[in-house]
Design a protein around this ligand. Structure first.
Ligand code: PLP
Length: 247
């Protein structure tokens, strides 16, 4: 089991390296985030003990369950799942340094209120829906700049870049189009020179499409299956949940 994880990590790091070389980029420009939904703390530790640093959960409940077990070992925690406003208070308890999935104003506003009350700040990425699929969260690309301008006025929230989930398709060029939308948005936003907004991070690319994402400029790739194996729950459990709740 441990051997599998270490072997898979070596394969992923090799894929990242090869993609960087192909794209003429330095390997250290791309960070590997381990998407750890459904993965036990014990198995996450095997990766952390072998040089991995960055992990990401989709659900506050899982963050909570694994928190104590993972505390003994240095790592960085991002949140990559859909965040419901009623979970804001909880998420701030578990040392999440970056919420990659901020995608709407009411969430930003409530997060800001809570951060103010706790005298904290947090880094975020703005999640963009680049695949035009109903089933995925994220702001509409056409509305992203307006949203970022509004959020930039909130002193506790530090925008560091953009995140997206690419289209699930075997057709690489269709997937690439999603990543290009994110890259183009990044460039546009940089040109706007919005105060307090940084655009250094592009979180895109997963087990199946990280090569394409790196070619298109990813600085963080989020990998789950290719390291930990297939999950029991379908991703729709993580990506559609809450949509009907009309937050
Ligand atoms: C699960 C998940 C990933 C990783 O997906 P894999 O295909 O297992 O590599 C990446 N990003 C998000 C937001 C996820 O929920």
């Amino acid at each position: 089991m441990k051997e599998d994880i270490l072997h898979n990590l070596a394969l992923i790091n090799d894929r990242i390296k090869k993609s960087c070389i192909k794209a003429g980029r330095n390997t250290d420009e791309v960070r590997l985030l381990l998407a750890t939904k459904t993965v036990s703390a014990e198995r996450i530790k095997m990766a952390l003990e072998n040089g991995q640093i960055l992990i990401g959960e989709n659900k506050v409940q899982e963050l909570k369950e694994k928190y104590e077990d993972l505390q003994q070992i240095p790592h960085e925690n991002h949140f990559i799942g859909h965040l419901q406003t009623n979970k804001i208070k909880d998420i701030l308890r578990y040392d999440v340094t970056c919420i990659q999935s901020l995608d709407r104003w009411d969430l930003a506003e409530k997060l800001h209120q809570r951060l103010l009350a706790e005298n904290k700040t947090i880094e975020v990425l703005i999640q963009v829906n680049t695949s035009d699929e109903e089933s995925k969260f994220g702001t509409d690309p056409a509305q992203t700049i307006e949203l970022i301008k509004k959020i930039s006025a909130l002193s506790t929230i530090k925008i560091k870049g953009l995140m997206t989930i690419g289209l699930f398709s075997a057709e690489t060029e269709k997937v690439r189009a999603c990543f290009k939308i994110l890259k183009n948005l990044q460039q546009e936003i940089m040109h706007e020179n919005i105060q307090h907004v940084e655009m250094k991070e592009l979180s895109m690319g997963m087990s199946g499409d990280l090569e394409t994402a790196i070619e298109e400029g990813a600085t963080i790739v989020r990998v789950g299956t290719a390291v930990f194996g297939t999950r029991i729950y379908p991703d729709s459990y993580y990506w559609n949940e809450g949509k009907e709740n009309k937050e």
